[in-house]
Design a protein around this ligand. Structure first.
Ligand code: 5RP
Length: 224
């Protein structure tokens, strides 16, 4: 079993019958979705909210009952992947471009678990470029602004064309480097017109599960 699958299966132990679940996006969440499909097959009554069109498709193929965030009263538990996280629970997400829906689902969830292999747990975030979802209208002006701020923005491409999110927006990846000022950067990005949401997820999860060769280690966020 690989490290991502190990983490996903450990996270699945937190799933109880009759829960409303948020299903994350990416290669680690993939294993979790497979397990949810298995639980549904065994008769678990689960309602699921997908964080992306790709997750929606995987889940639909497994006959997992799917709902939009507006069709459920609440979400009990969201389980998602992460690109980089430090031990203060500052995280970068959005490598797969699903950060907006992931953040919406996380913010609606009573409990949030992130699953990962051990390469994602770092002492300082910033090596992984920070994804930011931006509006297409006037995006070149926004790129100039981000450049002037020293954020080293790179418009994400897909087969030579600008990558389009599930929400019809673009993604710009900011090459900030380790040790960037996390709070200041978030404040600046939150205040920029044209920015829809950033992939900075600060203190948003309750626990992480880190898959390694030896184990799936649970680390609880004591500050949330
Ligand atoms: C998608 C995400 C993913 O959770 C993140 O990129 C981790 O993906 P993977 O599990 O494939 O490494 O934020 O937008």
């Amino acid at each position: 079993m690989n490290k991502k699958e190990k983490a996903a299966l450990k996270a699945a132990e937190y799933i109880k019958d009759n829960m409303v679940l948020g299903l994350g996006t990416g290669s680690t969440a993939y294993y979790l979705i497979q397990k949810v499909g298995e639980l549904v097959g065994k008769g678990y009554n689960l309602k699921c909210v997908a964080t992306s069109e790709s997750t929606l498709k995987i889940a639909r193929d497994l006959n997992i009952p799917l709902f939009s965030p507006d069709e459920v009263d609440h979400i009990d538990l969201a389980i998602d992947g992460v690109d980089e996280i430090d031990l203060a629970f500052n995280a970068i997400k959005g490598g797969g471009g699903a950060l907006l829906r992931e953040k919406i689902v996380a913010s609606l969830s009573k409990k949030v678990i992130w699953i990962m292999d051990d390469s994602k747990l770092v002492s300082t975030i910033g090596k992984f470029p920070l994804p930011v979802e931006i509006i297409r209208y006037g995006y070149k002006q926004l790129l100039k602004k981000l450049e002037a701020l020293g954020f080293n923005p790179v418009l994400r491409l897909n087969h030579g064309e600008a990558f389009l999110t599930d929400n019809g927006n673009y993604i710009v990846d900011l090459h900030l480097g380790e040790g960037f000022n996390i709070l200041k950067t978030k404040e600046i990005l939150d205040g920029l017109v044209g920015v829809v949401e950033s992939g900075l997820f600060l203190n948003l999860c309750d626990l992480i599960i880190v898959g390694s060769d030896q184990e799936a280690r649970v680390i609880i966020n004591k500050n949330k």
